[in-house]
Design a protein around this ligand. Structure first.
Ligand code: ADP
Ligand code: MG
Length: 634
């Protein structure tokens, strides 16, 4: 830092960084981050953002750019001073902008992200996480032990110097106009001893070309003080170029800047819509889950341009269930001279939204068909989000059903489509059966599935929270209703057993008496006790009544306080299970009623536990279990 910056002036103030900034800085400096050169991309992208902001503002106030140089970013090296400087003639910052922009973290989800990072013990996992997270301005402190930001807001008569060593606080002081940029911002990095490699002009030039070639503002490089600037990037909008002129690396770099993620995109879509409305779209499906995918705001990050002028970075172009897609839309048909809000309320914008959403769904369908393995990855990362559309967007449901993939009893690893399912219906099977729950592994072991397995009937295993919602509102697929195997009557007797499978026979009179006795015993806890046609190996399971939510949906609604009263479940008992038969015989002989009562309660608790629930009265449960064990051993 220069001596000047340290001289306190009456108006200079020193402030602490927000707590989260300090945490982030600590993490970066103690380098969980191995890839330090990304600071170039972060600072260049901020400079480009600043130019784009001014370009937009100048539509209404052309005087802001009058007489100034065209938009450009300059990266300059000074070996003697050991500085790397990034300057732009963009919008600049006021004093308030400086405090807010370079003192806090505005990006939503950052706190949750940091918490997660701190919780990851294994360093390599932390690294993988932070590796997909754009860390912004603060990345400067990975390579610099002092950072000085001189800035002048376009149109302002004041300029400011922000400076910090990244150790907890920063200082803002007024800057004489003759020392400040005419407009925009100059970020001076005093490189630390480990980062002098960035003074090597060849290396830094390569980094700029590699990481920032696709930004929408030209970049000049000055290799030493007084040298002729060399243009490294033309600032042409990548989306405006014909596909054939863009390399995969350029797409990837652009994606990284746009998404703030450092992975490879799983799918790149670049098209020009023609016809009633003309617009260009460059869209990416990330190769991994963005850290804020399940942030409650469900916001995407999409840029809307009108004739190359950036209107907004968080345009509401896609529905919430496509929030993982990162895209740029550039339209020539939208009005430039009205507010951002009005632009997004226009009919043209509505038509663009619809067109872009349709196209993305269509492209996902194509990918599923032509490149199933690639699609499987996309579905693995984002299927749970796309399925929100099944619930929220009934109009697109049919299109989404075509691409949705499921794990089933016959395909536990997933990848089944509903079309596959329907193509392998068993004779007399009239419904698409499903089981919902929160854990895929446990689901597959549920007793409710036994009778379906015995009949070769495939069952969808739905373990995402959103599943319970769409499946209970969708009418069906291909004329077949969805039916929960944990609800109502199974109605599968008319489907033939597969060879070698056994199914319970009708309940004998003795068993019927036992069931009535169990019903009486569990009166307060179950609605009904009946012989099951869906159990083959287990002795009992719980079923929801025919109407109302199934077991899982009921559990979720209750957990969110959305269910005033839980319906009593039905206890289904396997009438030919040895345990049932033996209890029935004992009851018939009039012996040991207390033992049979204990057994009835234990059966119910076992069924609860198998569903992932809890024993409702642990002391009573323990006492019963002990009595039964003593009896068995005694
Ligand atoms: P992000 O770019 O994701 O908002 P950063 O940490 O990179 O996060 O930057 C924080 C904020 O600081 C920016 O949003 C912007 O308001 C401000 N800022 C950073 N660099 C510049 C610059 N060169 N010109 C104007 N504003 C800037
Ligand atoms: Mg940034």
């Amino acid at each position: 830092m220069t001596a000047d910056a340290m001289t306190p002036t009456p108006e200079a103030t020193t402030q602490s960084f927000e707590a989260d900034v300090s945490r982030l800085l600590h993490l970066m400096v103690h380098s969980v981050y191995s890839d330090r050169e990304i600071f170039v991309r972060e600072l260049v992208s901020n400079a480009a953002d600043a130019c784009e902001k001014l370009r937009y503002e100048a539509i209404a106030k052309p005087e802001l750019v009058a007489g100034g140089a065209p938009f450009a970013i300059t990266v300059a090296l000074d070996k003697d001073a050991k500085t790397l400087t990034i300057s732009d003639n963009g919008i600049g910052m006021t004093r308030e902008d400086l405090t807010a922009g370079l003192g806090t973290i505005a990006r939503s989800g950052t706190k949750a992200f940091l918490d997660k990072l701190a919780a990851e013990d294994a360093k390599s996992e932390a690294q993988a996480l932070i590796g997909q997270f754009g860390i912004g301005f603060y990345s400067a402190f990975m390579v610099a032990d002092d950072v000085v930001v001189d800035t002048r807001r376009a149109g302002s008569e004041e300029a400011w110097r922000w400076s910090s060593d990244g150790k907890g606080s920063f200082t803002i002081a007024p800057l004489p106009l003759d020392e400040a940029p005419a407009r925009g911002t100059r970020v001076v990095l005093h490189l630390n001893a480990e980062s002098e490699e960035f003074l090597d002009s060849w290396r830094t030039e390569r980094i700029i070309r590699e990481h920032s070639g696709a930004v929408a503002v030209p970049i000049d490089f000055v290799e030493k003080p007084g040298a002729e600037p060399k243009r490294l990037a033309d600032g042409a909008a990548i989306w405006a170029k014909p596909k054939a002129e863009v390399t995969p690396e350029q797409y990837t770099e652009f994606y990284r800047g746009l998404a703030g993620q450092f992975d490879e995109p799983a799918l790149t879509l670049h098209w020009r819509a023609e016809g009633r409305h003309e617009y260009t779209v460059l869209a990416f499906i990330p190769g991994s889950r963005p850290f804020d995918l399940f942030d409650p705001s469900r916001k995407g990050r999409n840029k809307l341009y009108v004739r190359r002028v950036l209107i907004t970075e968080d345009a509401d172009i896609l529905p919430g269930w496509l929030r993982f897609v990162r895209l740029v839309v550039d339209s020539a048909d939208l009005p430039l001279n009205v507010s951002r809000e009005l632009i997004q309320k226009s009919d043209v914008f509505a038509a663009i939204r619809k067109g872009v959403t349709n196209r993305i769904v269509q492209e996902l369908g194509k990918l599923a068909e032509n490149e199933p393995e690639k699609f499987a990855k996309v579905w693995e990362h984002f299927g749970a989000v796309i399925k929100e559309g099944l619930y929220e967007d009934p109009e697109r449901r049919d299109g989404l059903f075509k691409i949705a993939r499921f794990a089933t009893t016959t395909h536990p690893d997933g990848g089944r489509t509903l079309a596959d399912y329907v193509a392998s219906l068993r004779e007399n099977q009239t419904a698409i059966y499903y089981l919902t729950g929160d854990e895929g592994k446990r689901l597959a072991a549920s007793p409710q599935l036994e009778g379906f397995r015995a009949r070769g009937v495939e069952v969808l295993l739905l373990s995402d929270p959103v599943d319970s919602f769409w499946v209970s509102t969708a009418a069906g697929f291909d004329g077949k209703p969805f039916k929960s195997v944990s609800q109502g009557a199974a109605d599968i007797k008319s489907i033939a057993l597969v060879e070698g499978a056994k199914a319970p026979a009708e309940a004998s009179a003795e068993v019927a008496t036992l069931l009535a006795f169990i019903k009486q015993t569990l009166e307060n806890e179950v609605e009904e006790v009946r012989a099951s046609d869906r159990l083959t190996d287990s002795v009992a399971c719980l079923i929801a009544p025919e109407f109302g939510p199934d077991r899982q949906l009921e559990k979720m609604l209750a957990a969110h306080g959305k269910l005033p009263e839980r319906a009593k479940p039905i206890l289904e008992v396997n009438p030919t299970h040895p345990l049932t038969v033996s209890l029935a015989a004992r009851l018939h002989d009039g012996q040991e009623k207390p033992l049979i009562e204990d057994a009835a309660h234990l059966m119910l608790d076992e069924a609860r536990v198998l569903e992932g629930g809890l024993v409702e009265d642990p002391p009573a449960f323990a006492a019963r279990l002990r009595r039964v064990l003593e009896k068995a051993l005694g």
